[in-house]
Write a protein that binds this ligand. Structure first.
Ligand code: SF4
Length: 399
């Protein structure tokens, strides 16, 4: 067979539901024609969601950045402040956090993503206290937050095991982990961009502990900081191996590195084509993960739309607040109607989903679209400028 015929036979096998190897995934990622890759990935998506394959989902959530103070100093991060940098560092108090939760509920949000730096004083007790307070005031909000890196950090601060830390924050109110901190799991690129973070193996080990305790999560990948194609595929292979044992990853979410305001010099961002190829290969290779999420926030709305034709079934969230990747240059903003329209123009029926991916509201008739135009993604002036919390929710419209 010719090389192209070999690639097509791998695509056909994957499209028919067969498992592909790491080497085959790398060959597809490097050499398969883009459209053939998308076609095979879309076939897998349609088969997995037979009956609802016309639907693409989104969620309304709020990122609550509780502090930017961080001891881990990742080189790609434009958000953090070193503990001694008292001018730039800030933390939100509980009242401010609860006010942000109240606004989320008022705007129809169902999920909060508690996300912040590795503060040298914040151990397990801090998260227990905050999650318990949020759950008591807003039991309807799902706390889909943190990740293995935060668990490693808080357990060290409190002098307990990762298992105990997870049990305690879960008991206090954490529903699921957001998969933060995966970055790149293989050792070489991880050390190059986040030398003080736990190893990729440890990140997966903590996720495995969480899954076995009944705390599910998503998984992520940061693309475009100088990693090789082989390292990208190694990253998803490490996730697939863990998922074979636990089944606890609900979704895989690749997103692209944003190059502004950080310490990585001379890195190029992943291109849209690299991103779409990764979405498609992830759909074909990660046969044990249900959801592949397209990201409009870092790659733009059109690429987000295209991702729905390359294997993605979900377009992520309308974030009522986002500050971390925005600090590094992600400039895309959107509102609910725009996301609904993006999904419709991509040929799908939009549906608002829950954290666990159940459809909450299927927008099958444009005449019944939600009229509330306050559901808009925005950046907090506090997180960008530093200082004390801004008293008002500032909505910044798309574009
Ligand atoms: S990515 Fe997270 S852990 Fe790394 S420096 Fe930024 S805030 Fe800290």
């Amino acid at each position: 067979m010719t090389d192209q015929a070999v690639l097509q036979s791998v695509l056909d096998r994957a499209a028919a539901g067969g498992r592909i190897t790491k080497e085959e995934a790398l060959d597809l990622y490097r050499h398969a024609p883009l459209h053939a890759l998308g076609q095979a990935a879309d076939a897998v998506r349609r088969r997995r969601y037979a009956g609802t394959e016309h639907i693409a989902t989104y969620i309304i959530e709020r990122n609550i950045n509780y502090t930017n103070v961080c001891v881990t100093a990742c080189k790609f991060c434009a958000f953090y402040a070193a503990p001694k940098d008292t001018k730039k560092g800030w933390s939100r108090d509980l009242d401010d956090i609860l006010r942000r939760c109240a606004e989320t509920v008022e705007l129809g949000g169902t999920q909060i993503m508690f996300q912040g730096g590795h503060h040298p004083d914040y151990g397990v007790e801090y998260y227990e206290h905050h999650f318990a307070a949020i759950k008591q005031a807003f039991p309807q909000l799902v706390i889909h937050s943190l990740g293995a890196s935060e668990v490693e950090h808080m357990a060290r601060i409190s002098g307990v095991s990762a298992e105990e830390a997870i049990k305690r924050i879960h008991a206090a109110g954490l529903d699921s982990f957001a998969g933060a901190g995966a970055e790149l799991l293989p050792a070489r690129p991880r050390k190059a961009i986040a030398p003080l973070k736990e190893s990729g193996e440890r990140w997966l080990e903590i996720m495995e502990i969480a899954h076995k305790l009944g705390v599910e999560s998503t998984s992520t990948m940061l693309m475009g900081t100088g990693e090789t194609n082989a390292e990208r595929i190694e990253h998803i292979a490490m996730i697939r191996d863990t998922q074979d044992r636990t089944g606890g990853f609900r979704a895989f979410i690749p997103y692209t590195y944003q190059p502004e305001n950080n310490h990585l010099k001379g890195r190029t961002q992943a291109t849209i084509f690299e991103y779409l190829r990764m979405i498609a290969v992830a759909r074909l290779f990660l046969d044990n993960i249900a959801h592949i999420q397209g990201s409009w926030l870092t790659v733009g709305k059109e690429a987000g739309q295209l991702s729905l034709h390359y294997g993605a079934d979900d377009l992520g969230s309308i974030m009522l607040e986002e500050n971390v990747v925005s600090s590094a240059g992600a400039k895309h903003r959107s509102n609910r109607q725009e996301i609904i329209d993006l999904i419709r123009k991509a040929g799908r029926t939009p549906a608002q989903r829950a954290t666990t991916y159940e459809h909450l509201l299927v927008h099958d008739d444009p005449a019944n679209d939600p009229a509330d135009d306050r559901v808009v993604s925005h950046i907090s002036s506090t997180a960008i400028e530093g200082g004390t919390a801004h008293p008002e929710l500032k909505l910044i419209s798309a574009n």
